[in-house]
Design a protein around this ligand. Sequence first.
Ligand code: BGC
Length: 352
Amino acid sequence: MKKLIVALLILVCCFSVFANGASEKSTKTRIGVAMPTKDLQRWNQDGANMKSQLEAAGYDVELLYAGNDIATQVSQVENMINNGCKVLVIASIDGSSLGVPLAEAKSKGIPVIAYDRLLMNTDAVDYYATFDNYMVGTKQGEYIEKALGLKEGKGPYNMEIFTGDPGDNNARFFYQGAIDVVMPYIKSGQLVVNSNQIEFAEVATADWSSEKAQNRMEAILSSYYAGGKALDVVLCSNDSTALGVENALDNNYKGAWPVITGQDCDIANVKNMIAGKQSMSIFKDTRTLAAKVVEMVDAIASGKTAPVNDTSTYNNGVKVVPSFLCEPVFADVNNYKELLIDSGYYTADQLK
Ligand code: BGC
């Protein structure tokens, strides 16, 4: 008899745990988070931060990476809609290619937040959270201006330019922010682009690929810098392109190491910064961006308007998308410890 009662009690306990678990699951609001790729370090951090911060705020999270494949991302977003996600947070591969699933989200009343990269040519995007992309470029351009003493009239210096993927709206902002600073010096002859590749289309790097940047840098080195001509500066929009350029220089360039810019503070690039192979990077603390997006999700979920600080800059071709722009921070070998290690972004061991 005693045994029977104990068995019954265990059964009742198990059932109530199961029932609680089930009801807890069903009451949580599900948020879909679509990320472009695991190949670049920053998106792994973005995804992990989004997931942990959304879960801490009480949401159920469906986080998916698309391996930089547009068709995969389209079907992932479709699945999120079918799986009952109530808000979608999307860092697109190509900002213009999600029109169909986004229209479906809109027809079902599912709000969409563009994460880091703007969703283009659609009215089905409600908010945009990012870092100030133009300011990223400005900071890179100003770094070059200062490092070379351009304001003081120094030069001529030889420069080459590498930006990002044409399908990523951010790439044009980074490029323009930097070009607006350096163009007067190109015009005055203080900066000389020997390859003559200056226009966005000429300096874009498909998929932000390190390998493609490396190939292009190698081709430029052999065509324009053979025979000992100095390359003084390489304007790179981000760390993956900078890494490709640094690899090409390592293998094919004997002159004094040029000034090189970057963005993201990826581990490999911070190591290169410490080793003197990259001059600076832009630190975009993905924890800050994730926290802002969680605030947006919270506001949307409770029927309020989400926090924004820019309602004029980001026209996606159909509408101006209300945006929150976080501030990017300059990083170099002098402040990386404070920015990256003391703040807990990386451990000291990760940068060894
Ligand atoms: C991001 C950059 C990143 C690049 C490549 C851009 O959209 O804003 O931080 O370096 O994509 O992933």
